[in-house]
Design a protein around this ligand. Structure first.
Ligand code: ZN
Length: 105
């Protein structure tokens, strides 16, 4: 089964994304990154690899990007069906749930 690489674990500039991607590959974790919008992109792994990937990234020295916590990553998932949400959407494209301001922030 192909894993859905949709769990955000890291965001940072393109050069760092490639570094983290290689780091995770060495650890046997598949990842993909979004094309950096403006300067920053986001690196995603399978949900099951999230904790392990964050551990690897945390141990990596001199990374200038930002580790995305499990809590923050959950922000980008539909609470109803778990689909990945694009930033700023009000409705889940997958199941139609109202996800505007999902956690009352
Ligand atoms: Zn949904």
């Amino acid at each position: 089964m192909a894993d859905d690489l949709s769990e955000r674990v890291y965001s940072g500039p393109a050069s760092q994304l490639r570094r983290v991607e290689a780091l995770l590959r060495d650890a046997g974790i598949a990842s993909r990154h979004t094309r950096p919008r403006r300067r920053e992109g986001v690196l995603c792994v399978a949900l099951a690899d999230g904790a392990r990937a964050r551990g690897c990234i945390e141990r990596c020295p001199k990374l200038s990007g930002t580790l995305v916590s499990a809590e923050e990553a959950a922000w980008f998932r539909c609470y109803a069906c778990g689909a990945t949400l694009s930033e700023g959407v009000e409705r889940c494209a997958s199941c139609g749930a109202d996800v505007g301001d999902p956690h009352g922030r």
